[in-house]
Design a protein around this ligand. Structure first.
Ligand code: NDP
Length: 280
């Protein structure tokens, strides 16, 4: 029976570190959240970010823009935040309205204020390692793995999902640790090879957004399973992995909710403090 890999104790430890760094900064960092229109999913992320900021004494400012805002106006707004010396970090909440190309927007955030670590310059630094600002969810997964004490050197690590925010940056972070990384995606599933890859994973990370995609019986005995997925099924929130069946085989498994999610907001705050240090 797998041990539960919960993020709360890990987040508390990291927060103590962040508090020390904030004291050393001698100023209260300011994070600005920018959203356009209303979205229930984004609202719950904003709430958890606000709570994480509040617990660290970080100022979290909400800027709610209109659903109809044009791409040019949003870029202009971000430009003003870039120029504002009182702002240390910027996060643009997803989803953005259809008229805005979200991929384009991250390019307009000053890389030194990029609290999410999604500016191409920060993503590019991942290739070389040793970067200060990391994509939050990928960083949260690395902290969870670190907490198990597992030595990733030479381990078979399988990531399911190749998004820019999770799968791709995670693959680079794991390569830094000399893990043997396989990244699966829709093509893997369509080729009927997902079960085969999942079955040899000593560490399995799933970030797809499809409840029950990964069958518990596929999991290798004693694997470490990190489920990033968040899916609403009826009135419940579940991950992408069949939890009970996977727990019976794995050595560690993250619950959903309570696994990766709460740590992601802590990583955002860590990035903010790193950003503030870079600005000083
Ligand atoms: P995306 O939709 O951007 O990416 C999903 C990935 O899964 C894509 O690479 C997609 O491939 C792949 N995929 C889709 N269907 C299959 C399939 N049947 N088999 C294998 N791969 C498949 O999602 P995100 O990365 O943004 O998020 C993934 C999940 O993680 C979501 O549930 C999201 O809510 C959650 N999440 C949780 C966070 C947290 O803090 N806990 C933070 C961020 C996300 P392709 O693109 O080729 O179709």
């Amino acid at each position: 029976m797998a041990k539960l890999l919960e993020s709360k104790p890990i987040a508390e430890k990291i927060k103590e570190e962040i508090k020390k760094q904030i004291q050393a900064l001698k100023t209260t960092p300011v994070l600005v959240s920018v959203s356009a229109g209303e979205n229930a999913g984004a609202a719950s992320y904003v709430k958890s970010q606000f709570k994480a900021a509040e617990s660290l004494g970080i100022i979290y400012r909400l800027e709610k823009l209109s659903q109809d805002i044009s791409e040019a106006a949003l870029i202009d707004f971000i430009g003003k935040l870039n120029a504002d010396k009182s702002v240390n970090g910027i996060i643009v909440q997803m989803p953005l309205p259809a008229q805005i190309d979200y991929r384009k927007i991250s390019r307009f955030i000053d890389p030194q204020k990029d609290a999410e670590g999604m500016h191409p310059a920060n993503l590019g630094k991942l290739v070389f390692g040793k970067q200060a600002i990391l994509p939050c969810t990928a960083a949260a997964v690395m902290e969870l793995l670190n907490s198990t004490g597992i030595d990733l050197y030479g381990k078979e690590v399988v990531i399911v999902g190749h998004s820019e925010i999770v799968g791709k940056p995670l693959a680079l972070l794991l390569l830094e640790k000399f893990a043997t990384v396989t990244v699966c995606h829709i093509g893997t599933s369509k080729a009927g090879k997902l079960e085969e890859h999942v079955g040899r994973a000593e560490v399995l990370i799933v970030a797809v957004g499809k409840a029950g995609l990964i069958k518990g019986e596929w999991i290798k005995e004693d694997a470490v399973v990190i489920d990033v997925g968040i899916n609403r099924v009826g009135d419940k929130i579940v991950g992408d992995v069949e939890f009970e069946a996977a727990q019976a085989r794995a050595s560690y498994i993250t619950p959903v909710p309570g696994g990766v999610g709460p740590l992601t907001a802590t990583m955002l705050m860590r990035n903010l403090v790193e950003a503030a240090k870079l600005q000083q």
